[in-house]
Design a protein around this ligand. Structure first.
Ligand code: DAH
Length: 346
């Protein structure tokens, strides 16, 4: 065999070894090997082929070892044929190596490590939810339980059971959202009060809920038709207004800091007597924050609690305004726009 072009090595071997059937076998094996080698795509594949044909137990290596069994007079020719086959396969492998693409592993090594990486953003709670969760956890620490209550409410729980008469302006179609089934989107979280009393039954009861409320409103920097409240009730045998004051002070100091001041202003709510609106002095100004009072006997009775035995306090706090004060947000609409750039600041 004079040519060392590995592409054609197989046919050279075939013609030189065709004198015996052993030689023909060898040539055929080499031809197959070279064809496979030429078709290899990756270095891994090529290495597998090298092992298959030239490895210790490789097909061509075994032929070499089997030479002893060939009749003595045919042995020189057979030996020549096997060696030629081996050489041809080796040359085909060498020739192929140079032209192969780097394998996946090699390609990884060539990644430019100075390129900026892919940043996976870490999610965070919406500022409204941060305030809500903090209030909840302070109150849970004070012994209150938390439950979710319906946002689509009956008029009865939202108004009647809270002693809110039918002439009350909040019942007007222009002030609230009604469904076709006669339900109302809760106008305040206070709608939970008699539901909670009925569910929990036995005082002492310390309960709260929080979440979305809905009222018809023109949208501007301080008004939005969706807003968030947290409502709290405590019912027991000797609950007084001072329990309410202490609870409010503890809760707001935990959220806004020890140096805040509270101011109770007499007010009116149909479901509490006496009632107070509470303002908090925070960062140099007074801010109206919540409504509160002692639960009216009608409300306790509507919840199945005997008002001659038990008293209760209640308060409801607006989460949006508190969140805006804490984080220095001056437009309520920002809380509902879902702007990534805005939200990622908190
Ligand atoms: N629900 C009232 C409102 O939305 C706020 C409120 C006042 C809640 C007094 C209370 C309360 O629990 O006792 O304006």
């Amino acid at each position: 065999m004079s040519r060392d072009d590995s592409q054609n090595a197989g046919s050279d071997i075939a013609s030189s070894g065709a004198t015996s059937s052993f030689g023909a076998d060898v040539a055929e094996k080499a031809r197959i090997a070279i064809e496979l080698i030429n078709g290899a795509v990756t270095a891994d594949e090529l290495e597998q082929l090298r092992i298959r044909f030239l490895g210790k137990a490789g097909e061509i290596s075994l032929l070499l070892r089997g030479l002893g069994k060939v009749p003595a007079e045919q042995r020189p020719a057979a030996g020549q044929a096997v060696n030629a086959a081996k050489k041809g396969v080796e040359e085909a492998i060498d020739a192929k190596k140079g032209s192969l693409q780097p394998t996946g592993r090699k390609a990884k090594k060539s990644i430019d490590v100075t390129m900026p990486g892919i940043r996976h953003g870490v999610g965070r709670r919406h500022p409204l939810m941060q305030t809500m969760e903090e209030l909840k956890s302070v109150l849970i620490g004070l012994g209150f339980r938390y439950d979710d209550y319906p946002e689509v409410e009956t008029e009865s729980y939202n108004f009647d059971s809270l002693n809110t008469p039918s002439w009350h302006p909040s019942r007007d179609m222009h002030d609230s959202f009604y469904t076709k089934t006669g339900h109302v989107l809760r106008t305040h979280t206070s709608a939970f009060q008699t539901r909670a009393l009925k569910m929990l039954k036995e005082p002492p009861i310390r309960a709260m809920t929080a979440g979305r409320c809905y009222r018809r409103d023109e949208i501007d920097a301080t008004h939005f038709p969706i807003f968030h409240q947290l409502d709290v009730i405590a019912v027991d045998k000797s609950i007084s207004f001072s329990d309410l004051k202490w609870t409010l002070e503890s809760m707001l100091q935990a959220i806004l800091g020890k140096d805040i001041k509270l101011q109770f202003r007499p007010s009116y709510f149909p479901f509490t007597t006496p009632s107070a609106e509470v303002d908090v002095f925070y960062r140099g100004r007074w801010m109206e924050l919540l409504g509160s009072g002692m639960m009216r006997p009608e409300v306790l009775r509507n919840g199945g609690i005997d008002p001659d035995v038990y008293q209760g306090f209640a308060f409801g706090i607006g989460i949006d305004r508190l969140t805006m004060a804490r984080f220095g947000i001056d437009d309520i609409r920002l809380l509902y726009a879902n702007e990534q750039a805005f939200l990622s600041q908190f």
